[in-house]
Design a protein. Sequence first.
Length: 264
Amino acid sequence: MSSSEKKVRLSAGDVELTIDPVNGCRISGLSVGGTELLRQGDRYGCFPMVPWCGRTAHGRFRSGGTVHELPLNSPPHAIHGTGRDTSWRTARQETAEAAFYYDLADPWPYAGRVTQTFELTEDGLTLSLAVETYGDSFPAQAGWHPWFRRSLDGRDVALSFDAAWQEERGADHLPTGNRIDPLPGPWDDCFGMPEGVDVKLTWPERLELTVTSRDEWVVIYDEQEEAVCVEPQSGPPNGLNTAPRLVTPIEPLEISTTWSWVRL
């Protein structure tokens, strides 16, 4: 079976979403009215960041009295979790909705399950992630890393957002712990939005797309010519160490984001 045959396609009107469960359960394509919105390629599209987001300093994090070490897949740090490098299983699939899961395993030191759901309409897409434990409580993060195309039909995207603060970034690309007034781009930076993530991408005369989430953290990355990334997530980079959120037997980690669009 070819990789294309393993992909799952959802549709709503003239909107088509293509999911690649084998390649990290990433969105490999989002077409609106025949226009592809995501950068193409096996590393791109939109992948889930789980059970951590962004960089974890030197691949180490502490849970209780134990220090765990993760592979340094972006030396000197560990980046973006294990979900994007894992083959997921299909839990359910309908015309415009689907759900997938995988069980946490090495190199992640705790047992649990991650579930990702997709709900597509003609004017939006809602993504959800849930992290559950099979036993011990553990710190975790979850979020998404979409690669939106910078240009649609020769029209470059404009970003618009109003953040309460920016996490100051050190030379090691990790937040220093200081919160500063938002600086102009280009960015590879984390921003705080206490009222919830709300970032607008506008391709003039083509499309206006808004990324929202109830969570307050978003990383903006626009240092590449081909794409811009708007990454809602449950905590800041290195958050396993600086802002740990525990997954417990009675309280999973849950996060959702909605991309809504208007054709211009």
